[in-house]
Design a protein around this ligand. Sequence first.
Ligand SMILES: Cc1cc2nc3c(=O)[nH]c(=O)nc-3n(C[C@H](O)[C@H](O)[C@H](O)COP(=O)(O)O)c2cc1C
Length: 437
Amino acid sequence: MSTPSLHFNAFVWPNGYHESAWRVVPDDVRGVLGLPYYAEIARTAERGLFDAVFLADNLAIAEYRTAHLPQTQFDPVAVLSALAAVTTHIGLVGTGSTTYAKPWELARRFATLDHLSGGRAGWNIVTTITPLAAAAFGEAEHLGHADRYARAGEFVDAATAVWDSWDDDAVVGDREHGTWADRDRLRTPRFHGEYHDLEGILPFPRSPQGRPVLVQAGQSAPGMHLAARYAEMVFSGPKSLESAVDFRTRLHAQAAAAGRDPGLVPVLPALMVTLGGTEAEAKAKAKRLEDLASPEFRWQNALYTAGLDPDGFDPDAPLPAELWSGPGSVSSRAEQLFEAARANPGAPLREVALHVTGGAGQFHFAGTPEQLAAMILEWQDAGAADGFTIMGSTLPYELTAFVDHVVPILQREGRFRTEYTGATLRAHLGLPKPKAR
Ligand SMILES: Cc1cc2nc3c(=O)[nH]c(=O)nc-3n(C[C@H](O)[C@H](O)[C@H](O)COP(=O)(O)O)c2cc1C
């Protein structure tokens, strides 16, 4: 059997994924607030035949971030709807929170995107790490990790019932008898769960993909459980080839145990890339970004991504032991910080934070296109990945380099498509269209 084609997803982030990106790119610093910035990235990824572009969501930002990084956290579905108009094939994946959205309204927003894009929508299911979201949404408290994941599974079931509320062939358009849609082909959802309640059909027919593609990035035990049950594309943030193989093997075993075909659960680890004509050039570019990185940002960000408010901590004191010594389910990001605190007893937070990587990925590749292509093939052959979520350290620059110099190598090796053969994100991923239940 030949090796399946790789899948690529382009992570869109202001000026690039590296925290220093905005300081090295020559563009107007406010350019990231306009549609042309997003359109150029999406069109470049589409020129490279990527499966999808991806927009993250952070529902509330800690104010320290405004000092260090461009802040452009628009509503992802609004941005992707605009991108639907300037692209034709590429998938459009946006993040939505199961802790702060309501299943019916989220189902409606993503199904709208699926209609407007002709079947290219995907939903990255997140439970939202930052507790600051609670205040923004008028909630008294941010739910704990275990509670958030318990609600998440039920949320997906509820949203699915909404997407399935019209049969695919419900619109009959019978002008003669005056029947636009056949009422008998509606399946009114009546969902009454432990956490979510809804009744009522979607206010428009079933979308081209039936259901948007379900994406998940949870790395903890409950996160992986959710992904194994529902995800049709999985993001991961492995530290090494070995940990990537381990994650994908365990996830696929869990998916099989849940009665699913693991071949329909592609895993796309997050990979930050910096490319150069020579290895030395790429390493120099990566070093310049690293040299500009701010130690102040580092400790604050380590707390924020662990779900803690940096304003409540002293960077010159150790991380309070009650945080990391107790039992209980915490996010994998928090676990990374707590592990570093345990391994460096008494060390000030500033120093502990140096052992923690801040973003979605933990891997920064710097080298030539040939070296990157070789690494990608090695990871696929080892069972570590079905493709990658490519995070250009600077954007659109590193994405453009990837499309122009890495994609052709993978195509010559017969490991990546040379044209789109379908029009929907499900088609790109080789996923079937789900029947309305
Ligand atoms: C590529 C990638 C993208 C992610 N995007 C988001 C996002 O947009 N919003 C968010 O709240 N979390 C995001 N996350 C975090 C995950 O949803 C998840 O919380 C994290 O990986 C920790 O896993 P856990 O929740 O199971 O501990 C992302 C993670 C990865 C690897």
